[in-house]
Design a protein around this ligand. Structure first.
Ligand code: 4NP
Length: 590
């Protein structure tokens, strides 16, 4: 059966990447909105005058990696810029929302891997890693200082005055999040355990810390006075949030009046709440949300609709689109139905799986098991450029939330600790078998990026024959070599993931099983990747070459792990789509 031509695949990818993706990142002075958008070739920041002219004014000049949420009414926006061509050596840049131009926030600060940051208006608190240590820092106009170091992974998510709050993943309890409270003036850190759960997010307002705790199969909000260690369950004026039974939170924030805005999720779909009251919003995933003049502005997407900004009026129930990139008509017919299913794995566990059918593939037809990175991340009913491109290229897309994924409770997430390339690979395999047995798939391929690339390498070396071919993007092949090339934060992460079991590294490294390689493999790797370095993958290729294995490899120059421009997305996705199309077109298998 002939699938789409190369020309159609290239054209579809270009059109999908050209769809403008709009988010909302804060409320600026004069009631304007901060709109981070994938537009004009990549991620850019805009000031959106939505009550006035409706115009979008671009704030940044050069590249933006990610922005720090500004406090309500801000006149400046701070963002992180990688200054090392993808090696994730970041600096903080500030832009004035009324005056063009960029300036470094703290010129004296060396570039570092910035892991989390929060803007209190004057002071920005952030966590960053060097080769030697991960630490909490603070910066304000022309001044920056190191607050204290924290072995493991500290992630700042909120700041007010002298206190910064966040999440701390410490080596002693791998994967478990504690509440982090930093006194920026005193230079001290305090940690609080969440008693049987994991802290996933924290904000501070009016001297009170509100934080989310994810436990076995649910999540709750708690409140703490940072001066003490007394905490309590947060009580809100409305009960809708409680009734929603959240499992995780996408967003927490306060309005200047102290109203709590929360986006909670369960089973890959979210809902927006203000003080616990549910706000009308379309079905799918919502990101940050803000209260402006009694209305709630939020961003939303689903597997079939790209990220757009909406406004919802809680009084009238009216929801309207403010900013949307629109989807070309042809794409509507190429994206088939989306679905959520649960698939039984080897140990009886139910693996949550999202499915996006291709509108142009038969059923059964070719299917790609797409594996997310992280591993603390998840697929959800949200826009996914890779999934949309695969569906447009004629592949059904099967997206398992293998053990280790977020969004299904702490128990499921922590099951991967100490067992990489173990139970979670079985979950990926279960999703593949489900696709074949349910009548969706005629043949299955595996594809992933980062931890998902590792899973693709694992699948082809540990389960040869299950997949017809695989694409490993920015993958991991050798934990020992990777550890040596990692900075303090990622060394900490590897130890956390293996629960300190370094004796397992070789056994769980695809480089130990090159002999098993049999199915066609497409390796795609950013040259400057500092999270999953290229070097071990080059050595893997050398071994594969020596052993006479057939593989193809694409090194993407001048980019690192993060994909923030159109160019970078093409470098990673195009070789993958063409490889899969070729594999599918070859009669009797590649
Ligand atoms: P990610 O990257 O999948 O994009 O989040 C990763 C980098 C390193 C590791 C895992 C994921 N690691 O385990 O070291």
């Amino acid at each position: 059966m002939a699938g789409p031509s190369y020309r159609e695949i290239v054209g579809a990818l270009e059109e999908i990447l050209s769809i403008e993706r709009f988010n909302v990142g804060g409320v600026l002075a004069g009631g304007r909105l901060l709109v981070p958008a994938f537009r004009e070739g990549g991620v850019n920041l805009y000031s959106y005058d939505y009550r006035g002219s409706g115009g979008l004014a671009k704030l940044n000049r050069g590249r933006v990696n990610w922005h720090v949420e500004p406090p309500y009414g801000a006149r400046r926006v701070v963002f992180v810029r990688d200054v090392a061509r993808g090696r994730e050596q970041g600096v903080l840049v500030r832009v004035d929302v009324d005056r063009p131009g960029e300036e470094p926030l703290a010129p004296g600060l060396e570039p570092m891997r910035i892991i989390g940051a929060a803007d209190g208006g004057v002071t920005v608190a952030f966590t960053a890693s060097t080769g030697e240590e991960a630490a909490v820092y603070a910066a304000r106009e022309g001044e920056a200082w190191r607050v204290a170091s924290a072995p493991g992974l500290p992630i700042v998510t909120g700041v007010e005055g002298r206190f910064a709050v966040g999440v701390y993943l410490a080596p002693d309890k791998p994967g478990v999040g504690r509440l982090l409270v930093a006194d920026l003036e005193e230079g001290s850190l305090r940690f609080k355990e969440a008693g049987g759960g994991s802290v996933s997010h924290a904000v501070i307002h009016g001297g009170r810390v509100v934080y989310a705790v994810e436990a076995g199969e649910g999540a709750e909000l708690r409140v703490l006075d940072p001066a003490s260690t007394e905490d309590a369950e947060l009580s809100l004026p409305h009960r809708d949030l409680e009734a929603f039974k959240p499992v995780a939170f996408n967003y927490l924030g306060f309005t200047p009046e102290g109203r709590l805005v929360a986006v909670a999720r369960r089973r890959g779909r979210s809902a927006v709440f203000v003080d616990g009251r549910r706000i009308p919003a379309p079905e799918g995933v919502h990101y940050s949300a803000y209260l402006v003049d009694g209305r709630v502005v939020f961003s939303h997407s689903s597997l079939k609709s790209p990220p757009s900004v909406y406004e919802s009026d809680p009084e009238t129930g009216e929801v309207r689109v403010l900013l949307s990139g629109g989807k070309p008509g042809w794409l509507d017919s190429r994206l088939g139905e989306s679905a959520y299913v649960e698939v039984e794995s080897f140990d009886g566990s139910r693996v949550p799986v999202f499915v996006l059918r291709s509108g142009s593939a038969p059923e059964p037809g070719p299917a790609v098991v797409l594996v997310h990175g992280g591993p603390f991340s998840e697929y959800a009913d949200e826009w996914n450029v890779t999934a949309a491109s695969l569906a447009a290229a004629g592949f059904h897309v099967v997206m398992p939330n293998y053990r280790g994924s977020t969004g299904y409770g702490d128990e499921w997430r922590l099951k991967i600790i100490g067992d990489p390339c173990g139970g979670e690979l079985e979950d990926v395999a279960a999703a593949a078998r489900w696709a074949l047995e349910s009548g969706l798939a005629s043949r299955v391929y595996v594809m992933g990026y980062s931890y998902g690339g590792y899973m693709a390498f694992c699948a082809l070396t540990r389960k040869p024959g299950l997949f017809r071919a695989g694409v490993a993007g920015a993958g991991i092949v050798d934990w020992g070599e990777m550890y040596e090339l990692s900075d303090a934060a990622f060394k900490g992460f590897i130890d956390l993931l293996f629960a300190g079991r370094r004796d397992l590294w070789a056994e769980r490294s695809p480089a130990s099983y090159v002999d098993n390689l049999r199915d066609p493999l497409c390796i795609i790797h950013p040259q400057n990747d500092s999270r999953t370095p290229l070097k071990p993958v080059l050595r893997f290729m050398e071994k594969a070459l020596e052993k006479g294995k057939s593989f193809e490899a694409h090194i993407a120059p001048d980019m690192g792990h993060a994909i923030t421009t159109m160019e970078e997305a093409v470098k990673i996705l195009l070789p993958a789509l063409l490889f899969l199309a070729r594999a599918e077109a070859s009669p009797g298998g590649p």
